[in-house]
Design a protein around this ligand. Structure first.
Ligand SMILES: [Zn+2]
Length: 119
């Protein structure tokens, strides 16, 4: 277990009094978001308010959950291999978020990740 509280907090302007989300918390949220648990259940697991969970999910651009359930089981939220932003991936072959795929680097084939994407 490594505590990451002190270092990353420097340039974060806290507007609210809510508990900060650690990287671990965010990772857990993303993982739980891909399951069939309700927001309330996720909130309970993360020991946060349900509204806090919803707000955080929208801040990190997690997809709407209804939208996710309608897709096949391989689809889940994955971190983009290029920018690390969590996004809704339709399957293991889809590892880059839309902004990255739309970037000029991607289109020009300059991004070295495009060689392994197989997309
Ligand atoms: Zn990306």
């Amino acid at each position: 277990m490594v505590a990451t509280n002190s270092s990353a907090a420097a340039h974060t302007k806290a507007k609210t009094t809510s508990i900060r989300w650690s990287e671990t918390d965010v990772a857990k949220l993303i993982e739980l978001w891909s399951t069939n648990l309700s927001n309330a259940e996720i909130a309970k697991i993360l020991k946060r308010e349900e509204s806090a969970v919803a707000v955080k999910a929208s801040r990190i651009n997690l997809p709407r959950r209804k939208q996710m359930k309608s897709k096949d089981s391989k689809a889940r939220v994955r971190p983009c291999l290029r920018c690390q932003t969590p996004f809704y991936s339709g399957g293991p072959g889809n590892r880059f978020c839309d902004p990255c795929k739309d970037s000029s680097d991607w289109k020009n084939g300059n991004d070295h990740y495009s060689a392994v994407g197989g997309y």
